[in-house]
Design a binder for this molecule. Structure first.
Ligand SMILES: Nc1ncnc2c1ncn2[C@@H]1O[C@H](COP(=O)(O)OP(=O)(O)OP(=O)(O)O)[C@@H](O)[C@H]1O
Ligand SMILES: [Mg+2]
Length: 369
């Protein structure tokens, strides 16, 4: 197994109008040996391109790519010792599962006993032993997905590359495969680079997450760190569901003023915002940090917000309450027994300890440093 490193890796494509288009804008990162790293970001942000450059299927415009202890810039994909699993895991329909699993190794002219052993090991890990003589069409979607993984596992690569491998599965299977992938990672002790646009998948699978937007890496951090300390409004709004609320606010004499309320600020936050006195800021608060009056355990009730509730969604385990503050829609995720009344003014309590403040011009989080 091995680490994967990008040093100032850039990829430009020439678009239809013959203009250069930057798909990846100078990425820098080190993925450690045996680490499970997930690339996440909206469609078109450069995730697949990054992965294809690691695989050698796409040549970077500039910068260096390192796998293990080698610069692999000029190395052919087949010599990079990686295995890639794509979204459309196209198995050979006319071959049995055993043949599908062994195909790559047979192409490499590996000895028969070696191939048999690898297929045996992979199918045991993936629970495919009883299906080896079947054809792909006789398998469920999840089982087929496991065969695709098996084809990668038998190769014993230094690095596994996954590009949205679960997106063709239904929600329930995806969750099951997510768990299986985490287990597989532990068992193989492999370096895995995984691409998805689904932030829940990223949060559950990644030891670290690389958040990308428009070709630019926004932040690289563990799931908890990304959630607690997002670097900017993009990361704050992308990670978490429902996403973080953003409320236009103004700092005035140690107080925060928003439509529907004004709060005295705890000293540490006031300090952080000292350079913004008299200026606009964006207050970010997650839906779960907004409470109804009747269920605000351990939260100071002095930070109140008046709002006209628009819609209440009852999800069983929680209620989502939607209201407007200063022209922006805000969502509160509250205890299901919180009393919410459509169309009526109601006071909400904000847990200001959990708030973030952003600079509206740069969209960066204000850390006060
Ligand atoms: N061969 C190519 N020629 C020109 N432009 C390309 C090429 N491949 C990708 N792009 C462009 O580069 C950008 C990044 O594409 P990429 O496939 O990496 O996105 P992605 O993050 O994987 O998105 P998705 O979630 O939709 O798969 C996109 O704007 C895409 O249109
Ligand atoms: Mg893609």
């Amino acid at each position: 197994m091995a680490l994967v490193e990008f040093r100032q890796v850039r990829k430009e494509f020439i678009d239809r109008n013959k203009q250069p288009f930057t798909a990846v804008a100078g990425s820098d990162f080190v993925i450690q040996d045996k680490e499970f790293v997930v690339f996440v970001g909206p469609s078109g942000c450069g995730k697949t391109t990054s992965l294809r450059m690691i695989a050698g299927l796409e040549r970077q415009t500039s910068g260096d790519i390192i796998i293990g202890d080698r610069i692999v810039n000029d190395l052919h994909p087949k010599d990079r010792d990686i295995a890639m699993v794509f979204q459309d895991y196209a198995l050979y329909p006319h071959m049995t599962i055993r043949e599908n699993l062994s195909f790559g190794l047979r192409n490499l002219k590996k000895p028969k006993e070696y191939i048999e052993q690898k297929v045996r090991e992979a199918s045991a890990i993936l629970g495919l032993e009883k299906m080896l003589e079947r054809k792909p069409r006789e398998l469920s979607g999840g089982q087929r997905q496991r065969v695709a993984l098996g084809r990668a596992i038998v190769r014993d690569p230094q690095v596994f590359l996954f590009d949205e491998p679960l997106s063709n599965l239904d929600a329930k299977l995806r969750i099951q495969m997510r768990v299986e992938l985490s287990e597989l990672h532990k068992r193989l002790g492999a370096t895995i680079v995984y691409v998805t646009h689904d932030q829940v998948e990223a949060m559950t699978l990644g030891e670290r997450i690389v958040v990308m937007n428009q070709g630019v890496i926004q932040q690289i951090a563990s799931p908890t760190e990304l959630y607690a300390n997002p670097k900017n409004m993009f990361v704050a709004g992308f990670i978490g569901s429902p996403p973080m609320n953003f409320i236009n606010a103004r700092v005035e004499q140690g107080r925060i003023v928003v439509d529907g309320g004004s709060f005295g600020l705890p000293e540490n936050i006031a300090e952080r915002l000292s350079a913004y006195s008299g200026k606009e800021v964006v207050l970010g608060i997650r839906p779960e940090d907004i409470y109804g009056e009747d269920f605000a355990p351990g939260v100071s009730t002095e930070h109140r917000l008046q709002a006209h509730i628009q819609v209440v969604e009852h999800l069983g385990s929680e209620n989502l309450i939607y209201f407007h503050v200063g022209g922006r829609m805000v969502t509160a995720k509250v205890h299901p027994e919180t009393k919410g009344y459509t169309g009526l003014a109601k006071e909400f309590i904000l847990d200001l300890r959990k708030c973030h403040f952003f600079d509206p011009a740069t969209q960066e989080r204000i850390t006060g440093k």
